[in-house]
Design a protein around this ligand. Structure first.
Ligand SMILES: Cc1cc2nc3c(=O)[nH]c(=O)nc-3n(C[C@H](O)[C@H](O)[C@H](O)COP(=O)(O)OP(=O)(O)OC[C@H]3O[C@@H](n4cnc5c(N)ncnc54)[C@H](O)[C@@H]3O)c2cc1C
Length: 451
């Protein structure tokens, strides 16, 4: 097929939410589009695994919440229902040796202080913040160390809530500017961390993957091509030539909608992308989180009045949530391991890693936590077409120096993906928004060329 050197209006590379949203918007605008996807499925970081007993587990992204309007609208448009996280009991905060059911006051003050800082960041130009360089040189750990509020354990908890829970890194790696931008883009600490009223409020029947599949089905027949990784993009006389495992396609425009941190290693551009763009892409790092779904005969923690949510100031696991779906025959407890602990866990065998996760939860959930009948992990850092989880970000010193060079198109080559989003950066919502923005830019280019 591609050996015919087919010509299309626009090629979208990558069928995650950004690429699919871009393709949908282009098709709605009457612009021809072909989506090339490396994997044998659409959805990218949205992936639902179906176990033999019928239980489904979201091994990638899982929740949506208020103000993520595009995601709710997409689900509704495609007839996919959402449902709230089960509210079955109390959360547990392990702060040092104490097991609490409410965030301690010192942690709340620290979160409020960070929230106030984030509110001073312009999500369209964080590098223009009056203290951009200083905040970007500061790690979250250094910021916490110099606060005069909160105990050391409360500071450790806040470090893990923010750097871990949001960026899947340790507090010693997170740039305060990058994190403050991320918090501002997600409308504040409360919105980002909360279940009810926050980013973890709702789940999607069949998983977010069901929405991705529905968008793909809604595109013109034959426009989504799976198992077709792109390895080179070349500009030849105002035509973009896209080289894939199956041949070549020619297009007026290309939208590169693969994870931003993988662009430099995945695709060879001729001529090279501008140096400023290469430097910005090169300084992004994929997160290093591990998400493990522990499957039980029943959601036993609910009997003890627990919600399944736990947050830990120390130990292997940073946080857990009730991952049980309505179709689950049993119960699913979802455990997240981030940053230094995720690096250390990868040195263990898969079984030993699960044992370490389970043991670190025994004091919170009791001995029954050891009686899991399955443990489902997808290590996104090991996924060739993703390169990290949840998303990529800049380490200290990156955003202030090269952040403004990340988004711009390079002539006919546009970029989309959650890492480019101004709003809900790192989330499905951000991916959809950036995909639509890239499609609008392509449409504007076409109108300008036709004028
Ligand atoms: C474990 C985990 C938990 C998360 N939890 C949440 C959550 O609860 N809520 C939320 O909103 N977000 C969550 N996220 C983040 C969310 O999944 C992402 O923000 C979103 O899916 C990114 O979409 P994208 O289109 O930008 O990128 P992707 O989904 O990564 O899509 C990129 C696509 O490009 C393809 N590709 C890569 N290279 C090539 C190539 N060379 N040629 C062709 N195709 C290629 C990939 O296969 C992929 O399909 C989570 C992510 C992970 C990993």
């Amino acid at each position: 097929m591609n050996a015919r050197n087919e010509k299309v209006d626009t090629v979208v590379i990558g069928a995650g939410f950004a690429g699919l949203a871009a393709a949908r918007a282009l098709a709605d605008d009457g612009i021809g589009v072909v989506v090339l996807e490396a994997r044998d499925r659409v959805g990218g970081r949205a992936h639902t695994v179906h176990l033999d007993d019928g239980t489904s587990v979201d091994v990638g992204g899982q929740w949506i919440g208020p103000t993520q309007d595009a995601m709710y609208a997409l689900a509704a448009e495609h007839g996919v229902e959402t449902y709230p996280l089960p509210a079955h009991g109390a959360p547990v905060y392990r702060v040092g040796d104490a097991l609490l059911h409410e965030l301690p006051a010192g942690a709340i003050r620290l979160l409020d202080e960070f929230d106030a800082l984030a509110a001073t960041v312009d999500t369209h130009a964080p590098w223009d913040h009056p203290q951009a360089t200083a905040l970007d040189a500061l790690t979250l750990q250094a910021w916490l160390d110099t606060r005069d509020t909160g105990t050391p354990d409360e500071k450790a908890l806040v470090g893990r809530l923010l750097a871990g829970g949001l960026k899947t890194v340790s507090a010693g790696e997170a740039s305060v500017l990058d994190l403050a931008f991320y918090v501002a883009s997600g409308h504040g600490v409360g919105t980002l961390l909360d279940a009810e009223g926050g980013a973890q409020q709702d789940r999607i029947v069949g998983g977010p993957h069901a929405v991705a599949e529905a968008i793909a089905r809604s595109l013109p027949a034959g426009s989504v091509r799976l198992n077709e990784p792109v390895h080179a993009v070349e500009l030849v006389d105002d035509v973009v030539v896209v080289h894939t495992s199956a041949g070549t396609l020619r297009a007026d425009h290309v939208i590169v909608a693969i994870p931003a941190a993988t662009v430099p290693s995945a695709i060879r551009f001729t001529p090279d992308l501008p140096l400023s763009k290469r430097l910005a892409l090169g300084r992004l790092h994929g997160g290093i989180g591990i998400k493990t779904n522990l499957v039980y005969d029943r959601p036993f923690w609910r009997d003890a009045g627990l919600s399944g949510q736990s947050n830990h100031s120390a130990g292997v696991v940073t946080e857990t949530a009730d991952g049980t779906t309505p179709d689950a025959v049993g119960g699913v407890l979802t455990a997240f391991v981030y940053g230094d602990e995720a690096i250390a866990l990868r040195r263990l065998s898969p079984d030993a890693a699960v044992d370490a996760i389970v043991e670190s939860l025994a004091d919170v959930f009791g001995p029954q936590v050891r009686e899991h009948r399955d443990a489902v992990t997808l290590d996104w850092a090991d996924e060739r077409w993703t390169g990290g989880c949840f998303s990529a970000g800049f380490g200290a010193g990156g955003l202030s120096r090269v952040g403004e060079d990340l988004r711009p198109a390079a002539g006919r080559i546009h970029f989309a993906g959650t890492e480019y989003a101004h709003t809900w950066n790192g989330y499905f919502e951000g991916a959809v928004g950036s995909g639509r923005e890239a499609a609008a830019a392509v449409a504007a280019d076409r109108r300008a060329a036709a004028a």
